[in-house]
Write a protein that binds this ligand. Sequence first.
Ligand code: HEM
Ligand code: 2DC
Length: 469
Amino acid sequence: VVRPFSEIPGLWKNGVANLYNFWKLDGFRNLHRIMLQNFNTFGPIYREKVGYYESVNIINPEDAAILFKAEGHYPKRLRVEAWTSYRDYRNRKYGVLLKDGEDWRSNRVILNKEVISPKMLENFVPLLDDVGQDFVARVHKKIKRSGQKQWTTDLSQELFKYALESVSSVLYGERLGLMLDYIDPEAQHFIDCITLMFKTTSPMLYIPPALLRQIGAKVWRDHVEAWDGIFSQADRCIHNIYRKLRQEAGAPKKYPGVLASLLMLDKLSIEDIKASITELMAGGVDTTSITLLWTLYELARHPNLQEELRAEVAAARAESQGDMLEMLKRIPLVKGALKETLRLHPVAVSLQRYIAEDIIIQNYHIPAGTLVQLGLYPMGRDPKVFFRPEQYQPSRWLRTETHYFRSLGFGFGPRQCLGRRIAEAEMQIFLIHMLENFRVEKQRHVEVQSTFELILLPEKPIILTLKPL
Ligand code: HEM
Ligand code: 2DC
């Protein structure tokens, strides 16, 4: 017989007490490890309430399949109150990230065509390839200047710039110039604001921002300042394109970027376009850059694997005579490496949906409307799901072992990551250029863990050495 909802194991009766314990465990930064521990304690399903955040947590791919079958026509994930409160406070529109229901769907359908449809890659790839080449040239220059035939550094700031330059060139069809020596301080400020925005969001997952706002809490004030910085920079970029578009007559000769395409299409209101373009610009920095940093770290730890990838890239280059779009079809192991990075170091610790209908998982009844979370981080490290999960093994994604609901780093279904195609192309192109130019090394015996700042980040700087081949 199916057991009732109230019998699901876990701590869900006293949200305030649980928040206190969570805080004692430094849970704001350890969410991923606490999830892992909870699955060890309670088994493959548990119910939880921390502060006002209530959810049912699952870990198995088969259960993920049940969850996503029940997501309905308007899939809804956890509402990040900090983000919606800011928009309400400043009277700014929600973009596709924060919209729900029919409003979300109608915007998303139009954005899908311009942002995530595979045929747009043709337009994106040449732009991203240029940025990749400039990044390599910049590293060569750094090596030359160091006078040491190598460059040892924490690459994260460089990768933030690479990611912002990449996503901006796709959105605006123009370069910001972040691969140059002297960069626009406004762009640097934008990057810093995104980091601060993520960092200040996590405590507000558990404590209502409305309350924090009333008591004038620093975390709320910092959060507002961060979003203000993000919006003012995005507004500048958007205005710039808008103005140019009105001056130029006739159809553009070359691909003008996502923003100009949306403006010309004239199917979304300007305010809706602005809101979603800002979210795409902000969502496109820390996500891909950190995933690339983790990938370089793993390649530095596995020199033989690094050579294998280099060989694959060289063969792909030869077979496609340098045509990047063709090359991207011939690098399965590079793609496997990115999946492997997201398995061990997922940007998002969990995927969540408010289910649209009643479901049964692990023989428990879960009523419609419940927030159900799939623990991506715990799943990626579960030996019942992945053979030898502790090993970084890109080739596992080539073999015929089942991949059913196991590659979920970008989410699933119509509500999955809108930036997915951009992110994938940007990261693949980056790795191609890096593997063709440099060997990546690290000091031995340095293990880096993750810390949760809304997204998972390396808990300390990752220091790598780049040597020209
Ligand atoms: C949503 C992951 C890069 C923009 C999401 C979601 C995940 C995710 C897990 C939630 C999906 C779901 O609920 O099913 C990632 C990862 C990235 C990445 C792992 C890179 C490694 C990007 C980039 C952009 C972006 C580069 C912008 C260009 C968005 C937006 C949404 C989203 C706008 C909300 C979509 C909606 O609600 O309809 N991402 N993301 N992401 N991401 Fe990404
Ligand atoms: C964080 O418990 C942990 O892609 C929470 O590009 C549940 C949760 C809800 C929404 C998730 C968030 C987690 C992690 C970061 C995500 C976000 C949805 C979108 C966002 C996954 C798992 C991200 C990074 C977007 C950010 C866009 C930007 C404009 C802020």
